[in-house]
Design a protein around this ligand. Structure first.
Ligand code: F0G
Length: 456
């Protein structure tokens, strides 16, 4: 079959409120041109994030009713733990309310002043938790991972030479080695099993625990099955198990590849590390059999973990991105290739070269996508990374617009509509002037800062 259909039918719907361009222009102006300040009812297609925004299945909703809300010893925890261990065979599985809570616990154990923590690319909250502990976070992704035109099949891979020399240089000050699958900040690009194994061996050789940030593990396994030699005949669940058996622990945001609207976990094999994590969990999240979640959430996640490895789902999921990328590419719009797992990334620096990076070309595209078609996306560029600790501005390495797809939420006609909006934007883009920031906080400014459009 040529057409890969959505492998589900719709049982419950959420209406989308249609708006006019004039209405959207007024809403965006009132939001001081910050897309985070919009009300979601004023958005037609919301591609701000794939985190916690997916649709739960009928079986997940049924599981919600089975939730046992006991403070301690809930059977919902056992079902959750078994669901996780069927894929990630760690000895200790500790639920948290979302991924960053797991990271905060991890850093309360391994972080601290003078420590150095490498990864392919730390996600913002991971970096934030490392830095808040006083440690230094380093991104050691391969060079192809930073080149939006490279067609390398595993652009999320760790640069093994860099990692080796990092471990030699920093020695005892490296408490753990981390890796993010897929590499969200680098375009949702996968890490190969071969690379994971090599990183695990290097970590072992240097006596460091190897910790995987596994948020999009199923998408990563799908890419391994498609692209890595010798993996084609294997099941996704076997590939996932191979990825995690070679690690000493993991952090997880269950808002991604566990089909949850909320949730996360941290897992370890080592008994004493797990004990430290549980003590911290009780202080900050909750008792170890619920850890910041309701029993009903744990049930929904246990069921979600059964569904996420379904190959028909993963084929459709990745195909959505490929389809949009092919169509944008045909329009001459520069996109990060090959398609990543959870999002389409448009390279605004190449598309709008007339806008200085410090006038925020990716933000300019994101704003106009909203005005033209009510699409909400997310800038990953100089708005997010440009402000330096001393208050000066430095352009980010890339100026990207991220269009992240909630799981099982939108259909192909939404994708076609998105492409049409881009087509209209293409006709207008040379007249766009960029933005300046008029008000901003010191840290993580992209969430709350205010903008004004530059005059022509
Ligand atoms: N790690 C990665 C790779 C992530 O993408 C995220 C969240 C987290 C950790 C933190 O998890 O949100 O449950 O606390 N990413 C979302 C995004 C927010 O939009 O990419 P969380």
């Amino acid at each position: 079959m040529k057409t890969i259909i959505e492998p589900f039918r719709i049982k419950s719907v959420e209406p989308i409120r249609m708006t006019t361009r004039a209405e959207r222009e007024a809403k965006l102006k009132a939001a001081n041109y910050n897309l985070f300040a919009l009300k979601s009812q004023d958005v037609i297609i919301d591609l701000l994030t794939d985190s916690g925004t997916g649709a739960m299945s009928a079986e997940q909703w049924a599981a919600v009713m089975r939730g046992d809300e006991s403070y301690a010893g809930s059977p919902s925890y056992d079902r959750f733990r078994e669901g996780v261990q069927a894929l990630m065979p760690f000895k200790h599985i500790i639920p948290t309310h979302q991924g960053r809570a797991a990271e905060a616990i991890l850093m309360s154990i391994f972080g601290g002043k003078g420590k150095h923590i490498p990864s392919n690319t730390h996600f913002d909250t991971t970096r934030g938790n490392i830095e808040a502990s006083g440690a230094e976070a380093s991104d050691l992704v391969i060079a192809e991972g930073k080149d939006s035109t490279s067609l390398h099949p595993f652009k999320g891979n760790m640069d093994l030479e860099k990692l080796e020399s990092y471990l030699e240089t920093h020695g005892d000050s490296v408490p753990i080695v981390m890796i993010t699958i897929t590499n969200n900040a680098g375009g949702g690009q996968p890490v190969s099993l071969e690379n994971l194994r090599a990183v695990s061996e290097l970590a072992k050789k240097h006596g460091k625990p190897f910790i995987i940030d596994g948020c999009r593990f199923a998408e990563n396994a799908w890419f391994i099955k498609q692209r890595e030699e010798g993996q084609q005949a294997r099941s996704i669940r076997d590939i996932v198990r191979d990825c995690f058996t070679i690690a000493d622990g993991m952090t997880m945001s269950a808002k991604k590849d566990a089909f949850g609207n909320i949730g996360g976990w941290i897992a370890f094999n080592d008994d004493s590390v797990a004990e430290q994590a549980r003590v911290r969990l009780i202080q900050t999240e909750g008792f170890p059999t619920y850890g910041g979640l309701a029993g009903r959430d744990l049930e929904a996640l246990a069921q979600g973990l059964q569904e996420i490895t379904d190959e028909d789902y993963l084929r459709y999921r990745i195909r959505t991105n490929e389809y949009i990328i092919e169509r944008l590419d045909a329009l001459g719009i520069p996109v990060v290739k090959p398609a990543g797992g959870h999002a389409v990334f448009v390279d605004a620096k190449r598309w709008l070269p007339h806008i200085d990076p410090l006038h925020f070309p990716a933000h300019t595209v994101a704003c106009r996508l909203y005005e033209i078609g009510g699409i909400r996306s997310c800038e990953i560029g100089s708005v997010m990374f440009g402000r330096q600790p001393d208050g000066t501005e430095k352009p980010a390495a890339m100026e990207l617009v991220r269009l992240a797809f909630p799981r099982r939420t939108y259909t192909q006609s939404h994708a076609d509509y998105l492409v049409e909006v881009f087509e209209m934007l293409k006709a207008e883009k040379d007249s766009l002037k960029g933005f300046k920031i008029t008000k901003e906080p010191n840290l993580m400014r992209h969430f709350t800062c205010e903008f004004a459009p530059l005059a022509g």
